[in-house]
Every structure is written in structure tokens, then in C-alpha cells.
Design a protein around this ligand. Structure first.
Ligand SMILES: Cc1cc2nc3c(=O)[nH]c(=O)nc-3n(C[C@H](O)[C@H](O)[C@H](O)COP(=O)(O)OP(=O)(O)OC[C@H]3O[C@@H](n4cnc5c(N)ncnc54)[C@H](O)[C@@H]3O)c2cc1C
Length: 264
């Protein structure tokens, strides 16, 4: 790996409502000076390059600014005490008079249109993550229920358990088809914003259901960290929220279907 990157949009007070971000960029000769705070930014405390989104004070336009590692005034602290995605780093960032050269400004765009293009590519990847989590949870539950005996039989032999296993297998298959289709459309340049939101939303929902059922099928062991299912159960909650919450994805899908936006 040549360099680690970070992509910072979210702020403590602005998550779904990204157009309201308060981080500000003020032009000062050949530099912009950034001030503000960011939250939840992946790899921000170890990144070689962080793209920080800020409002240009002069124009009110939102743009990305590349902040290089070691730039004075950039202070990123890893977020601790998480119940999910504990192996990855997210950080809070404080930007205090961070000077970046004007050539580090990424875009002249006046909105999050460019960010939307990035998210359109990333959301199908999140759907693949959901598929990975669901597959892991399903396979662990299948192994466990075949191994675990109650009433003198493997619990996988009971009809109610079999219905759950069949539901899980069906969900995983549906997710596989959806992710494959979305990625092919993306490769062909035919995936719409609504389509990207739909695959993220529905795969996150299905993965959440699979993890919940897997947790149940492990009985009490389903809440122990010794088994991967508890980890999947927690991780899917983060996935349900990042790259846009379930609600926001629904609104983006419906905006495309109806031509009416429920968002500002
Ligand atoms: C593990 C993880 C990694 C992340 N990585 C990054 C990253 O690398 N870079 C980055 O910039 N951000 C990152 N984020 C932030 C993530 O994108 C936000 O958490 C997400 O967009 C939601 O914002 P929020 O947490 O402020 O929730 P809020 O926006 O405050 O939402 C709270 C609740 O209100 C609902 N809500 C809000 N507005 C509406 C509405 N109009 N209609 C209906 N319901 C609504 C939401 O759906 C949700 O249920 C990450 C988050 C997590 C958890």
C-alpha cells in the first residue's frame, strides 16, 4: 500500500444533513485556512492524506481539501468504546487554523454532487460487506445447529430451526444476486444513485435479519464474544448506519422513483 487515505464529511452536529456542515475554509493568499470539527472519519488518525470537506467562506460552496499528514492544527483522535467494527479506526478530528495550499482544493462544485458520485461507487461495496457479514453469520449458525443437540437431536433437525436456516439461506442468496447486479451496472456506468442506495439499504436490512436469527440459533452462546456471530451482530449495526442511514437510503430511492425529494 502506497498511502492511507481518509474521507471526512461527517461532523458532530451534521451526519445525514451534510449540506449544513460548519467546517469552514477561508482563502488566505495561496492557502486555505480550515477550522472546524469532524466525526467518525475512517483512518483519520493514521492517514497520509485526509480529504476534508468544508464550506468556502467566500462563496458558501462545499469543497474537498487534501490535508497532508503532519500539517499543523490537524488533530485526529481515535474513537474508543465502540461495540462494532472494533478492528477498524474511526476518529474525531479537530481542525485549528490548518493551512492547505490552494492546489489541494479538490473541487469547485457548489454542492455534494461530486461526493454523491463517490457514494454511488461505495454503496454497492457496503452491500458486499453486508453479504460477507451475513454469510459468516449464516455459516456459523448452520455449523452450530448441526453440532448442538437438545432433546436428543441436533437442533438443526427441528422444523422451526430449519425455517430460520432456510430464511437465512434465502436472504444470503438474494443479497448475492443484488450485489452482483449492482456491481455489473456500476461497471457498465448504468447504476443510478437510487440503485446504489437500494442495494445498500436492502442488503443491510437482510444482513441485520440474518445476524439476528444467527444470534438466536446459538442460544446463550450467541452473546459471547468467543463466537463470531456476536461480532457480526454488532458490526452489522454500524454498517446499517455508515455511508448513509437506512432512512436516508429510502429517501434517496424514493426521490428517484417519484421525482420528489423529502430532503432539503
Ligand atoms: C463505523 C462508521 C464509520 C464511518 N466512517 C465515516 C467516514 O469515513 N467519513 C465520514 O465522513 N463519516 C463516516 N461515518 C459517519 C456516517 O456516515 C454517519 O454516522 C451517518 O451518515 C449518519 O449520521 P449521524 O450518525 O450523525 O446520524 P444522524 O444523521 O443524526 O441520524 C440519526 C437518526 O435520524 C435519522 N434521520 C436523520 N435525518 C432524517 C430524515 N431527513 N428523515 C428520516 N430520518 C432521518 C437517521 O436515519 C437516524 O436514524 C461513519 C460512521 C460509522 C458508524
Amino acid at each position: 500500500m502506497d498511502a492511507i487515505g481518509a474521507f471526512g464529511i461527517t461532523e458532530p452536529a451534521h451526519g445525514s444533513d451534510l449540506n449544513s456542515i460548519e467546517t469552514v475554509a477561508v482563502r488566505d493568499g495561496d492557502f486555505y485556512i480550515l477550522n472546524g470539527t469532524k466525526k467518525w472519519v475512517g483512518n483519520a488518525s493514521v492517514a497520509d492524506l485526509s480529504i476534508i470537506f468544508a464550506k468556502d467562506e467566500q462563496t458558501g460552496q462545499i469543497a474537498g481539501f487534501v490535508v497532508e499528514k503532519g500539517t499543523p492544527g490537524y488533530d485526529a483522535r481515535p474513537i474508543s468504546k465502540k461495540i462494532a467494527v472494533r478492528s477498524s479506526i474511526q476518529a474525531d478530528i479537530r481542525l485549528t487554523d490548518v493551512r492547505v495550499p490552494v492546489e489541494n482544493r479538490l473541487t469547485e462544485g457548489s454542492s455534494f454532487r461530486e461526493v454523491g458520485e463517490v457514494l454511488k461507487g461505495v454503496r454497492p461495496m457496503v452491500a458486499w460487506q453486508a453479504l460477507g457479514i451475513a454469510t459468516g453469520a449464516y455459516e456459523a449458525a448452520l455449523d452450530y445447529t448441526l453440532e448442538r443437540s437438545q432433546f436428543g437431536r441436533p437442533v438443526a433437525a427441528f422444523q422451526l430451526v430449519q425455517e430460520k436456516l432456510a430464511d437465512m439461506a434465502g436472504a444470503v442468496s438474494s443479497m448475492r444476486l443484488m450485489t452482483l447486479r449492482a456491481s455489473r451496472l456500476l461497471d457498465d456506468g448504468r447504476l443510478t444513485h437510487g440503485g446504489a442506495s437500494l442495494v445498500k439499504r436492502d442488503c443491510a436490512r437482510l444482513a441485520r435479519r440474518v445476524c439476528r436469527d444467527a444470534r438466536d440459533l446459538l442460544g446463550g452462546n450467541g452473546i459471547l464474544l468467543d463466537h463470531d456471530v456476536a461480532r457480526h451482530f454488532a458490526d452489522v449495526e454500524a454498517l446499517y448506519t455508515y455511508e448513509g442511514t437506512d432512512h436516508v437510503q429510502s429517501l434517496l430511492v424514493a426521490r428517484e422513483i417519484t421525482g420528489l425529494s423529502a430532503l432539503k
